[in-house]
Design a protein around this ligand. Structure first.
Ligand code: ARG
Length: 463
């Protein structure tokens, strides 16, 4: 028995009915559906649509269904078409005819959107906590690295020396934007749809502003037609999840490279690696590879959902049912990937000797050019002088540290005997001046600021 069988002579074709059922996955909205119905019953009671007795019976019935479902999630099951039909069936079974009045003035179109909005507002904070935990793991690595130096890369070629701490804080900066994007998705979901009816609005005098407050929404949707098919908040969530996955994928790629034999900058903990069934020496970074791979899956959920939405005429269409699996899958993918990445990062050990060796040598060329600029040479000219010097050193298989003062002076008269101190990785990072730079003092301030951000989240209950 469906919620709509009255209009039909025959029951639905089993294959077609099976095809349309969403209960297999929308049971995840159980709590949200009951929460919405509890508030709707109160609103109908306040509007005089339900008698006080009916209102009480419905509320008690729904509360009992909620308690039972929480105690034993396996009882949220049955032959029902969707979670809304399930809750209504259970209510009628418990309290009889009064249960049939609950759906007065309401449509599943607004109800399903409400449920998903409540769900995201409930679940996004958990993802944000995962993001914060990964930020904390990166901050711990930054702290532990202290003054250790490493090369930074552009085009995956050695560029300039940076502090290892600066490297970890670079990923922190991206992750903090993800935290903000998740907050923005939760904000977008923050609008009450009830009162929209199937599409044209409801004809009962419902106090929607009160209902919104009761359900923790800061506003009511602007237009009932738009509300019945608006899933922009789903797009925003899938977008936030996709960008976060892209960031995790890039961090994973870095660590796959940096923990490999060729770099050896970090050692993966045994607990974060897997072996080969054939090659006994192998220590593979499987969790990182899987995170990188799953980014494609999250992006697929976003693009798939946009493709589903683009052809829809105004108003609710059944296509919209596809939103839920996209949300649940993106959520589970991001949650698992954040946890796996956090586990790997927190157990990484730094090989500072390797990173520092890689941070010295010809990647100090910009600093040598800056030395000449500080002594009056135009930068373009300095670039040429140092370029020629680099060419010579490469041909001879040497680097700046091997040059005698005479050799320096052959390249330019402006070089003095202080050049050997200027051309070190430590002097290079100390020479940076801006707050966002790898200057050790700036990095210390950035790390403190990050700790402050984490502490504020914790104090606010957000992390
Ligand atoms: N299972 C449906 C969905 O997820 C619920 C809304 C059904 N509304 C309707 N008019 N068939 O979108």
């Amino acid at each position: 028995m469906t919620l709509w069988s009255g209009r039909f002579d025959t029951g639905p074709d089993p294959a077609a009915f099976e095809f349309g059922i969403s209960f297999g996955f929308d049971r995840a909205l159980f709590e949200d559906d009951v929460a919405g119905s509890l508030a709707w019953a109160e609103a109908l009671g306040a509007a005089g649509v339900l008698s006080p007795e009916e209102t009480r019976a419905i509320i008690e019935g729904l509360q009992a269904i909620l308690d039972e479902g929480r105690r034993d999630p396996s009882c949220v099951s049955g032959p029902d078409e969707d979670i809304h039909s399930f809750v209504e069936r259970k209510l009628v079974e418990r309290i009889g005819d009064a249960g049939r009045r609950l759906h007065t003035g309401r449509s599943r179109n607004e109800q399903v959107s409400l449920d998903l909005r409540l769900y995201l507002r409930r679940r996004i904070p958990a993802l944000q906590r995962d993001v914060a935990a990964l930020v904390a793991a990166c901050a711990d690595q930054a702290e532990r690295a202290g003054a250790a130096l490493m090369p930074s890369y552009t085009h995956l070629r050695r560029a300039q020396p940076v502090l290892v701490a600066h490297y970890f804080l670079a990923h922190v900066a991206a992750l903090r934007r993800d935290h903000g994007r998740l907050a923005a998705a939760a904000d977008e979901a923050d609008a009450l749809t009830l009162g929209s009816g199937a599409i044209a609005g409801t004809s009962y005098p419902i106090d929607t502003a009160l209902l919104a407050r009761r359900l923790g929404f800061s506003r009511v949707v602007r237009n009932s037609m738009d509300a019945s098919s608006d899933r922009d908040f789903v797009v925003s969530f899938l977008y936030a999840a996709s960008v976060a996955m892209v960031h995790l994928s890039r961090l994973a790629e870095d660590l796959i490279i940096f923990t490999g034999e060729e770099h050896g900058f970090f050692e993966l903990a045994d607990a974060s690696a897997t072996g080969s069934s054939m090659m006994p020496q192998k220590k593979n970074p499987d969790p990182l590879e899987l995170v990188r791979g799953k980014a494609g899956r999250a992006i697929g959920r976003l693009t798939g959902w946009l493709a589903t939405m683009k052809g829809l005429p105004s108003g609710y269409n059944k296509d919209l049912q596809e939103d839920k699996e996209a949300v649940f899958d993106a959520e589970a993918t991001l949650d698992a990937s954040l946890r796996a990445t956090q586990a790997v990062v927190s157990r990484l050990s730094l090989n500072a000797e390797r990173t520092e060796r890689a941070a010295s040598g010809l990647l100090l060329a910009t600093d040598v050019a800056d030395y000449l600029v500080a002594r009056g040479m135009p930068f373009r000219r300095a670039h040429e002088v140092v370029g020629a010097l680099v060419r010579r050193l490469l041909a001879e298989g040497r680097d700046f540290s091997a040059l005698t003062l005479e050799e320096w002076r052959e390249a330019s008269e402006l070089f003095g005997d202080d050049v050997s101190q200027a051309a070190t990785a430590l002097a290079s990072v100390q020479a940076r001046r801006t707050p966002q730079s790898t200057n050790p003092q700036a990095v210390r301030v950035a790390l403190e600021e990050c700790r402050g951000w984490l502490a504020a989240l914790e104090a606010g209950g957000g992390a």
